[in-house]
Each structure stands twice: as C-alpha cells, then as structure tokens.
Design a protein around this ligand. Structure first.
Ligand code: C2E
Ligand code: MG
Ligand code: MG
Length: 597
C-alpha cells in the first residue's frame, strides 16, 4: 500500500496523507472500522484528526486519508475557519450535516452535480474572476462531510471583492480572517499581496522585499511559553509598524514575517535591517537570552515579478541564513534561483547518469620534488554530462553534498580506482597510492567503514594503496566523530590526508590528535610563494606550516603549484610533495597509465 501526500490547500500547515484503498476497506471505514495500516500511520506521524474518505485526482480516486499536523506546529491555527484566502485563491467549503453514515453513491452523485455548474457554484461565481470555481475535494466525516472548492481572484482586486462579499454575505469575520492575523492582530500575507503587485496604486515607486523569521523560535515557545512567544511576535509587528523604511508588512505564518521596504543601496539596507533586528533581540523574560533572525532581502531590480515569486525569492535567501548565534541578512541573487533549479534537476537525473556511466575519474599525479619522481595520484571526478559536456566538480559536488547523494559519487570514484589498481597489479605495473576524497557528511554514516572496506576488498586492493582525503573543515561539525572514523580507517591500514589545510579555522592542537599521513597545504598559500615579489610574512607562514607538518611526522604536500619558481621556493622551504599543474593537470586514467605506469 502506498502512502501518498497531499498538501491541504485550505490548511497549508497540515498535510493529508492518504492510502489508496479498495471498495471493501472504504465500506469498512464507513462502518466505523479504521484500517490497521492507518492506525500505524497515526503512530508514525503524530497528531492526527479527521480520518476520512477523500477524493483525489479530479475526484476519480477514492482514498482513506489521515490529516497530519507536523509535530513542530508552534502556534494553533484557527482550524474552524469556513474559508481562508490563500495566495489570491479562496477555498470555500460547505459542510453538510449527515445524521447517518455517509452514503457513497450519494456523495458521488452530489459530486457529479457540483463538478457541473450547479447552484453552489453560482452562489460564488462573482468571485471567480480569473478562473471558474473548481471542486478540489470532498472530505467525509462520520457525521458530516465537507466539499471544498476553489475560486481564484486577481490579487489586486481581492480586497474589494472580499469586502463586498463580506458585506453581501454578512461575514465580517471572513474579511477579518482573510486579511488579519489572529495572534498579533496585524495584517497577514494576503493584505501585502496587492501592495507588491500594484505598488503604484499605493504611491510606492521603488521598493525592496524582505522575508524573515526568528531563529530557534521553538525554544522561546517551549522554554518561555506561548505567552512570551506571542509577545515576541507582537514586538516584531510593532517594530515593523514603527520603522520609517517599511511601507507595508505582514505576519505570514508562525514566526515568519514579510515587509515591503524602501529601496536603498545594499550596504545601507543591511545596516538598517541589522539595527532593526538588534532592537528586537531582547527577550523580556530573560535578559540573557538573545533573539536572532534570518532575513532574506530581494532588492528592487529583482522584486518586479509577481508577489508569490518575490516571496519565494525572499524565502530562498532567508533559508541560507544559517550562521549560529547571529542575525543573518542575505541578499537574494538570481543565481540562488538558478542553483535551486539546477540542483533539483541534477538530483533527479543522478541515477540515470550513473546508469549511463557518465561519471569519469581523472587522476592528478603527486610528485616528490626532491627526487622528481611520481609518488601517487589523487582521483578527481568529472561528469561527462549527457555525454555532451564535461562538468567540473564545483558544478555538482556541493549540490549532492547537501542532500546526501554525494555518497553515490564517492563510491563510484572508489570503485573505479580499485578496479584500476587491481588491473594494474595484474598487468604488473608499478603501484602508487591513489587518494580519494571523502565527504564530511558521510562521517556520520555508521556503516561507512564496512561499506568502504567492502568495495576495496572486493577488488583485493592492498589497503596501503588507498588514501582518504578529508577537508580540514570536516572537523567543525563533530570532532570526536571525525577522529573516531579516521582512527578506525587508519587501523585498517588506509592512509589519511588532510585536504585544503589552512582554509578552515581548526585549532592547531587538532593536528596532534589527527591520525594523519599527509598534510595538503591549500593552494591559496601556495599562490603566495615563488611569485617573484614574495612577502617575507607569507614565506614565514609557509616555512612554519611545512616544519610543523614535518615535525609532527606528516608528509607535507603543496597543492596547486603552477610555476617552476613556486616549485623552487617550496623545495627550498622543505616541502616534500607537489600536486599541481606544473607537473600535470588531472588527466584521464588511460593517459595516466601511459605516462606514469
Ligand atoms: P581538492 O580535493 O582540493 O582537489 C584539488 C583541486 O585542485 C582539483 O580541482 C584540481 O584540479 C585542482 N588543482 C590541482 N592543481 C592545480 C593547479 O596547479 N592550479 C589550479 N588552478 N588548480 C589545481 P577539481 O578537480 O576541480 O576538484 C575540486 C574539488 O572538488 C576537490 O578539491 C574536491 O574537494 C572536490 N572533489 C573532486 N572529486 C571529488 C570526489 O570524487 N568526491 C568528493 N567528495 N569531492 C570531490
Ligand atoms: Mg582532495
Ligand atoms: Mg585540496
């Protein structure tokens, strides 16, 4: 049985999970029996209300649904709303009392009637400005059922229409609910939409858009309680109302807010917002607690698209604000959007690419600079994307790192490297160690070591021929875990290199704890030596890094030397090994075999 998911448009904070069920299960449900799978689901998902029969896929499919409210739902929503305006669309619902159990044929008949143009539609037809009302679902309860249908509105006219409608139908509540937030009494998102879509109507010529939320708002809620948390929300509203650079603002949902701001140069904007958030950073209940925000800003040139797209752009930038214990203000760039599209695309395409064998391993030799002899190589992945264009790692590695699929890439590389080493051994060629990059996100995989050993042993490759490179920054997340994994790998006879040394900010004492064979000094340091105008300071730094590495017993490797003058300088400073374009770029495996083995 498949579990499907449907975002309930009329209650966006909740998700309807449904199981496709056969006629017997549906009949049984009406008799009051809830299927076993269903109960189990309830256990897995947490709170649930409204088990019901739901119709999806244009009313074709009858399913049993369970409404799931995410566990971190922080603030209670008024669930009893008869209709809510969302993104310029109404979702009206009609509830029909039913004192008996629901009669299936009756619903079907009623549905068919609604799906055609019937009375209920006509009742609201004046609201359906841009689209005909469309029934989106029927939800049955034991005692009543609800029919939902949607009416789209032109956003800038939404306010008028709703006001008229509210008067006509005598539903002031509806109007208030449609444009106000029940907790702070401030405007909600729907109220802000017309401003964004038709700024000129409000005398606004240039504007920027900001979307922000409160970091760790959950903690405020849980530790200091709902009242304190609601007070924080109200303070935000007051500050937005008082700020002279805010044209209009809204509380969107939970701890999310949006503002339409006066446009100004980027630095000024950041300074203004920092001051704004600083003013909101105190928690009355606890002077030691500091409130931080993350805010995405869409500058005017980018804010000219539709309200929802502006909001998406703002949220995208907002999400990138992840610095702990600090307020982040992130300016939206088009690249962020391109990245998301590209990232989603390649993630979906990854498995096909693997099947098509589009990933290749290039090898870049490492040279001993005293003896001018090859010492080994680093395996670097290349993606022969759709067999049309060769993509360098920065075009895909960071995206796969984020969602965990990087493991697949690293495995392909390790597999190809082991395959090659086994071939070379059989062919009687000299065997030099090959290093592979190990992504730091994988350090938390409890099966990692067995998995790696499994691949290597399946080719019978000597463990001493495999060198795992880990970037220095891997130690930030969890030093203990990193040390544990590295020590176990070392015990199994593998070599370990610290990659990109000098780009992170790890303490030097970490070097004494790490089980290392090689320290790879980052190219950014190497770039500063042998230029002909070397600064004494840079040379001092390089000399000390090299002697530090050597005194701790590591091989010292310099990454990215391109000029002979750099090689000379590094040699005189005592560096052992160089991996850089001066000796060779990364090359296809066949070429490596031809040239070096
Ligand atoms: P890295 O591990 O530090 O690899 C060294 C990078 O420096 C390689 O870039 C290499 O081509 C480049 N390089 C070496 N010598 C020179 C030089 O003299 N001049 C210049 N300008 N560049 C030089 P590449 O292949 O683009 O890889 C970039 C990064 O992508 C790697 O940095 C590594 O972090 C990551 N990467 C590559 N392959 C894999 C992989 O299979 N798995 C994982 N997780 N990451 C990989
Ligand atoms: Mg590397
Ligand atoms: Mg490196």
């Amino acid at each position: 049985m498949f579990i499907n998911k449907l975002n309930q448009l009329y209650k966006p904070e909740r998700v309807l999970y449904y199981l496709e069920a056969g006629p017997e299960e549906i009949e049984a449900f009406y008799k009051g029996e809830i299927p076993e799978t269903f109960r189990k689901l309830a256990g897995t998902f947490g709170t649930y209300d409204y088990p019901g029969v739901f119709y999806v896929d244009s009313l074709e499919k009858e399913v049993i649904g369970i409404e799931y409210r995410p566990e971190d739902d922080r603030i209670d929503y008024p669930t009893e709303l008869k209709s809510i305006l969302l993104d310029g669309a109404f979702y009206y619902s009609i509830e029909i009392e039913n004192d008996n159990r629901i009669d299936l044929p009756f619903i079907r008949e009623l549905f068919a009637k609604l799906a055609r143009d019937d009375d209920a539609h006509r009742q609201y037809s004046d609201l359906a400005i841009s689209d005909a009302p469309r029934v989106i679902g029927v939800f049955t309860h034991i005692s009543k059922f609800r029919i939902l249908y949607e009416c789209r509105l032109e956003a800038d006219r939404a306010s008028d229409v709703i006001r008229d409608d509210a008067e006509k139908l005598d539903r002031e509540l509806l109007y208030r609910m449609a444009f106000h937030d029940p907790i702070t009494g401030h405007y909600n998102w729907n109220h802000l939409v017309p401003f964004l879509e038709m700024p000129m109507d409000y005398g606004i010529r240039d504007y920027a858009f900001a979307h922000f939320d409160i970091k760790e708002f959950r903690i405020i809620n849980e530790v200091y309680g709902h009242i304190a948390a609601n007070k924080v929300l109200s303070n935000v509203v007051r500050a937005m109302n008082e700020a002279d650079f805010v044209y209009s603002s809204a509380r969107c949902h939970n701890d999310n807010f949006a503002m339409m701001l006066r446009d100004m140069p980027e630095q000024e904007m950041i300074a203004k917002l920092e001051e704004f958030f600083e003013g909101l950073s105190h928690l009355e209940e606890d002077p030691n607690y500091k409130i931080y925000f993350r805010c995405g800003v869409v500058p005017m040139q980018r804010a000219v698209f539709s309200a929802n797209r502006v909001a998406d752009a703002g949220k995208l930038a907002q999400k990138l604000g992840t610095t702990p214990n600090r307020t982040d203000i992130v300016m939206y760039t088009d690249k962020m959007n391109d990245d998301i599209l590209w990232s989603n695309y390649i993630k979906a395409y990854l498995d096909t690419a693997v099947q098509n064998d589009e990933f290749l391993v290039y090898l870049q030799p490492k040279f001993d600079i005293k003896e001018e002899k090859i010492k080994g190589a680093e395996a670097l992945i290349r993606w022969n994307y759709k067999k049309r264009v060769m993509l360098p790692p920065y075009r895909f590695i960071p995206f796969f790192e984020k969602d965990g699929s990087i493991g697949k890439i690293d495995d392909i590389v390790l597999d190809k490297v082991c395959h090659a080493l086994a071939d070379w051994k059989r062919e009687g060629r000299p065997l030099y160690p090959v290093s592979v990059n190990l992504s730091r996100s994988r350090l938390y995989d409890p099966g990692l070591i067995d998995h790696l050993v499994g691949i290597i042993d399946s080719y019978g490759v000597d463990h001493g021929l495999i060198d795992f490179e880990l970037t220095e920054s891997a130690s930030y997340d969890n030093k203990e875990q990193m040390l544990l994994v590295l020590n176990r790998l070392r015990e199994k006879g593998f070599r370990i290199s610290m990659d990109d040394f000098g780009t992170g900010y790890s303490s030097l004492s970490l070097l004494t704890e790490m089980p290392l064979d090689t320290l790879k000094i980052d190219k950014s340091f190497v770039d500063k030596v042998g230029t002909g105008q070397d600064l004494e300071k840079d040379l001092v730094v390089m000399r000390y890094i090299i002697s530090l590495a050597k005194e701790l017993g590591f091989v010292c490797l310099a990454e990215g030397a391109e000029q002979s003058s750099q090689v000379e300088q590094l040699r005189s400073l005592g560096c052992d090994v160089i991996q850089g374009y001066y000796y060779s770029r990364p090359i296809p495996m066949e070429e490596y075999v031809e040239k070096y083995l």
